[in-house]
Design a protein around this ligand. Structure first.
Ligand code: NAP
Length: 254
């Protein structure tokens, strides 16, 4: 129970990585606020957590709208008295030749993957700055915010921006007892990614070959670090962008 009595918000908690982090946080004793646009999915995950004896609340949010994130933070604070952990996980991918990327698609990706992270940090910090206990923020970025991949202009630019925001805000709020860190995953086998693999649209063999550890990541590979960064055991860590990618971003040989 490493997160006993903590209150956490997880954006993008309706599926994939966010859903798994939310369930794991609840197992570690946290009260979890699940946030995304899919009310029904969130409600069923919240029920599952409650049925297992945990505390969870489902709230809809669109991370592209600052007032929507602000409302989630305000509701969390009014229901549970404070906010200890903010996970800015909601995100979309976008793969398209850069010369043809439409302005509206570029904008949609940046609004979700970069602006949404900033608005989430901002809303969380406003609450955390009002608490003596401060808090911690974890941004889920990507190894593609550290290294480049063709046809992912909006995604790479957003994730690189999220990594820089992580460092900048960590420095800005360090003296105010707010820690900000990022997890930068490599390819992770969520339901969505598995679906793409099953359709033969992801070159799994080439990805495994390119990865020093020789495999695609599983969602469970992210949960330990997500708990550590949220717990008091990482109290001297802030401004860190941590790749969890089987060595992909470290590798620069043939
Ligand atoms: P996923 O299964 O597609 O889940 C994405 C989540 O984001 C969903 O819960 C979705 O919920 C939410 N979301 C999207 N747009 C939103 C918006 N405007 N407002 C609120 N919620 C929104 O993706 P995932 O693979 O778990 O990815 C989660 C994060 O990890 C993303 O930031 C992604 O870039 C990052 N990541 C993933 C991988 C990977 O291989 N899976 C690798 C590196 C980084 P609703 O549709 O219900 O709103």
């Amino acid at each position: 129970m490493k997160l006993k009595d903590k209150v956490a918000i997880v954006t993008g908690a309706s599926k994939g990585i966010g859903k798994s982090i939310a369930i794991r946080y609840a197992e570690e004793g946290a009260t979890v606020v699940l946030a995304s646009r899919s009310e029904d999915l969130l409600a069923s995950i919240a029920s599952r957590i409650q049925d297992s004896g945990g505390r969870a609340l489902a709230l809809t949010v669109d991370v592209r709208r600052p007032e929507s994130l602000e409302a989630v933070v305000r509701k969390t604070a009014s229901e549970f008295g404070r906010l200890d952990i903010m996970i800015n996980n909601a995100g979309i991918s976008m793969v398209h030749p850069s010369e043809d990327l439409k302005p509206e698609d570029w904008q949609r990706a940046l609004e979700t993957d970069l602006f949404g992270v900033f608005y989430g940090c901002q809303s969380a910090a406003r609450q955390m700055l009002s608490q003596a206990s401060g808090g911690c923020i974890i941004n889920i970025s990507s190894m593609y915010g550290i290294i480049a991949a063709p046809m992912r202009a909006a995604y790479c630019a957003s994730k690189a921006g999220a990594n820089m925001l992580t460092k900048l805000l960590a420095c800005e709020w360090a003296a105010k007892n707010i820690r900000v860190n990022a997890i930068a995953p490599g390819y992770i086998r969520t339901e969505l990614v598995q679906g793409i693999i099953d359709k033969g649209m992801l070159p799994v063999g080439a990805i495994q070959k390119r990865t020093p550890q020789g495999r695609i990541g599983e969602v469970d590979d992210l949960l330990g670090i997500a708990v550590l960064l949220a717990s008091d055991e990482s109290s001297f860590m802030t401004g860190a962008v941590i790749p969890v990618d089987g060595g992909w971003s470290a590798y620069g040989y043939l």
